[in-house]
Unconditional design. Sequence first.
Length: 220
Amino acid sequence: MPTACRFLITFAVIEECRPFHKAVSAPDNVAVLVTGIGPRNAEKAIRTAFAARQPDVVLTCGFAGGLNPELPTGTVVFSADSESGLSPALLSAGARAVKFHCADRVVATAKEKKALRQSTDADAVEMESGIIRAFCREQKIPSATVRVISDSAKEDLPLDFNRLLDAEQNLRYGRLVLMLLASPGKIGALLGFQKQTKAAADGLAETLKKVISAQAQVRS
């Protein structure tokens, strides 16, 4: 029989969730799931997780690319089911309610982001929340997308990260090494982006910590 928990919080990769683990030290009411990148991995992971745990609320978290030029890097953004009861706490923590678009590939350039903004009217793009929240609706479990802008609408990524993913959308670090050997001038930009995303993940972790604390107080 699945174990009950208050929150199941999902991240695509460990780099997104590491600051959260440091900010929120093993609370009894929170389970963390690293799904892997993309809809296919996310669906497989969430279905497996629900066989072991029965959460009250699911939060799908991590990085998002900015599509709305008014959202700078580091902005925490969200979309929440009303049944989750999370919107007031998220707004109080400084997060902004937005419209998300769930893509099946990394949107790597400012030109691509502009086109996607025009075609979808979305404010931010990511790759896992759509399938996770669709599954939650099937299970009648409220959910929310809570993400942080890792790269703004006007910003190109330092690399086309799609080229680092295999057919199952798993990162292949050997491909990164080969890419950097071929273009060593990109190393500086990549290190700068790594620093930027680390700061973004830290900000997301602090927001999630505030929200979890607020929900604990509501229930006490």
